[in-house]
Design a binder for this molecule. Structure first.
Ligand SMILES: [Cu+2]
Length: 287
């Protein structure tokens, strides 16, 4: 059914009645009085109507195109994360309508690498729709904060319609750990137009490097206590690291520091030079 453009998106109106939109995707927005609104698969709108006459009213849901109403939405509360995005991910919604195959950046889900996001970061996702259909794109686990103009009242959505040949941006605060599904909500598009979002956690030392690039942080990195062999059950082993780390590119951190093995005796001191790609230790050189 969704092969026919317009069949899974509706413009809803009730002739003779104004409607007041009070929430979008379960998030309160500043009430707006409208004559009609567009709704797509998986989106929700909370609408208040106040019939004044004692008569029957008709709700029309028409699969036709009018202008998008996202620009009219303003979150009722001030934006919870006012940070500007630290980086941008641009994704093209792609597909072949005659063969009915769908993909992101030309790659279908089965062949795709997960989208990696860093826990704690604020990023911008820009979706570019290279197809001739609408796609309601649903991000699980994390909110899609639509960049619609007023940064103080950015509306939060979990599903965002991307119109044919158009482009839309939203901000995401990566604040929920896990592996999340990110996909078009049209059933027949889902198998291809789908990505896994995988979160990686960085140690807090890396998180604000951009804000303060010269800042060094000392990390007590590792304190391991393990049981020793027979005869000395309380023996322990500890390793202490004091590291300075600095971002040398968006994805690379350089670490310099000292490492000390407290046990077993004698205590040994090491100089540490490491390179970190996201949260992955690439190489550590001890001296
Ligand atoms: Cu789709």
């Amino acid at each position: 059914m969704d092969g026919v453009p317009g069949m899974t998106f509706f413009d809803v109106r009730i002739p003779g009645l104004k409607m007041t939109v009070v929430a979008a995707d379960g998030q309160y927005v500043e009430p707006i009085s409208i004559d009609e609104f567009r709704i797509g698969v998986a989106e929700t709108y909370d609408v208040i109507v106040e019939p004044k006459d004692d008569r029957a009213y008709t709700i029309f849901a028409q699969g036709i195109w009018t202008t998008c109403t996202y620009a009219d939405l303003r979150h009722l509360h001030t934006t919870s994360d006012p940070r500007d995005p630290e980086r941008e991910i641009e994704l093209h919604l792609t597909g072949n309508m005659s063969r009915y195959m769908w993909s992101i950046n030309g790659v279908k889900f089965a062949d795709a690498e997960p989208l990696v996001m860093k826990y704690g970061e604020r990023l911008r996702i820009t979706l570019v729709n290279d197809t001739m259909m609408n796609h309601p794109i649903h991000l699980h686990g994390l909110w899609s904060d639509l960049e619609t103009g007023d940064n103080q009242h950015i509306p939060r959505k979990h599903t965002v319609i991307v119109q044919p040949g158009s482009k839309i941006s939203y901000r995401v605060t990566v604040d929920a750990k896990g592996r999340w599904a990110y996909h078009c909500h049209l059933l027949y598009h889902m198998s291809g137009m789908f990505r896994e979002v995988r979160l990686v956690c960085l140690k807090p030392a890396f998180a604000d490097m951009e804000a303060d690039p010269l800042l060094s942080k000392l990390m007590i990195d590792k304190l391991e206590i393990s049981e020793a062999d027979e005869g000395n059950p309380l023996a322990w082993e500890a390793e202490l690291q004091l590291l300075y780390s600095r971002a040398i590119s968006p994805y690379w951190d350089l670490q310099l520091g000292w490492r000390g093995d407290m046990q077993p005796t004698p205590t040994r001191n090491w100089a540490v030079i490491s390179t970190i790609y996201w949260n992955k230790l690439v190489k550590t050189i001890y001296d």
